[in-house]
Design a protein around this ligand. Structure first.
Ligand SMILES: [Zn+2]
Ligand SMILES: [Zn+2]
Length: 158
């Protein structure tokens, strides 16, 4: 079984590389998801994007962000928010789901507890990627994000 430290209590905080753009999340994430799509590889410069899916009304940011609107592989549009100074990409806002925000887990001040409970677009996963035995694995984009939230709850409890 995957060894998982407990999810710490909120709030969670994070920032870009230069520190000019900071964010704060006041509630537990709804899901911890790794996306292996081509956009996320380009976006991160890494093998995948590890993200916290969270309620947008529990999220706030401080500092200047640049917004880049992108149509995702799924056809959905997202606003990608980056630091206006250093260019670090911190979170994205899905236009079709205004109640949610997807925060790049690598921007957390303490990312030590973040282990995915779901993987999506697994058919595009880079060959070196490890997927946890207790995480769900989905080809392509799930039609309903509830599956990702259910996977998180199954592993960590409500
Ligand atoms: Zn910055
Ligand atoms: Zn993706």
């Amino acid at each position: 079984m995957t060894q998982r430290p407990p999810i710490p209590n909120p709030p969670y905080t994070g920032s870009c590389l230069c520190g000019a753009l900071r964010w704060r999340l006041e509630e537990r994430p709804l899901a911890v998801n790794a996306c292996h799509c081509i956009d996320c590889k380009k976006l991160t410069g890494a093998t995948n994007l590890l993200m916290l899916i969270a309620k947008r009304d529990a999220f706030e940011a401080e500092g200047a962000g640049d917004v880049f609107r992108k149509e995702a592989d799924s056809g959905r549009e997202i606003d990608i928010v980056r630091c206006a100074d250093c260019g670090t990409r911190l979170w994205h806002e899905p236009l079709a789901s205004p109640a949610l925000v997807f925060i790049a887990a690598g921007t957390l001040d303490d990312p030590s507890w973040v282990i995915p409970t779901s993987h999506i677009w697994i058919e595009r996963a880079s060959p070196g990627v490890v997927m946890q035995d207790d995480a769900i694995k989905i080809e392509g984009q799930p039609s309903d994000r509830q599956a990702l939230m259910d996977a998180f709850t199954k592993v960590y409890g409500a």
